[in-house]
Design a protein around this ligand. Structure first.
Ligand SMILES: Nc1ncnc2c1ncn2[C@@H]1O[C@H](COP(=O)(O)OP(=O)(O)O)[C@@H](O)[C@H]1O
Ligand SMILES: [Mg+2]
Length: 162
């Protein structure tokens, strides 16, 4: 599955996020890919709003805290992996537990969750996730490509049996 959207302003990106957020369910992991200033945080704020996080609970970019938690109709985890430098850092964060906790996780700089050499293989135990790739088209224009992904049978641990 693959779907594309285009927005012309931060407000439109927020609205797109709201619509996406309304359709997320427990256990969903949203992986955001896009350059600095592409709109990852703006989209995340909309997603959180769509998941019922109150307006007052402002969703900041958690670059310094790495993980912020908000309460909507489900727990919402806003994760920013910009500062993650190694698999060890990633493991120290205890994300596997967060991702498996039945809330919704939205991850900025999600490339850090995947093997650099095999970007289709997640480093943590993720069975399925939603990818959103964001392109800066023009000053105020952003293109969003949504793709649903899953590990696939070859990625399942049972196939490592000898
Ligand atoms: N269509 C758009 N969608 C989102 N942000 C936009 C758009 N057009 C311009 N902008 C600007 O781009 C920046 C996006 O910032 P932010 O959401 O923090 O991005 P990121 O988290 O990817 O670094 C903001 O300064 C915002 O005003
Ligand atoms: Mg950001």
């Amino acid at each position: 599955m693959n779907k594309q959207f285009e927005t012309q302003s931060p407000e439109e990106t927020f609205s797109l996020g709201e619509k996406i957020g309304r359709h997320l369910t427990a256990g969903d992991i949203v992986c955001l890919f896009g350059d600095l200033g592409s709109g990852k945080t703006t989209l995340t704020q909309g997603i959180a709003r769509g998941l019922g996080v109150p307006k007052e609970a402002y969703v900041r970019s958690p670059t310094f805290t790495l993980v912020n938690q908000y309460e909507g109709k489900l727990p919402v985890f806003h994760i920013d992996l910009y500062r993650i430098a190694s698999l060890q850092d990633l493991e120290n964060l205890g994300l596997e537990e967060t991702l498996g906790s039945g809330g919704v996780a939205i991850v900025e700089w999600a490339e850090k969750l995947f093997d650099a050499k095999q970007p289709e293989i997640p480093l943590l135990g993720m069975a399925r996730w939603l990818e959103i790739h964001i392109q800066i088209e023009q000053k105020d224009t952003r293109k969003f490509e949504l793709t649903a992904r899953h590990m696939g049978p070859a990625g399942h641990p049972v196939f490592t049996l000898q």
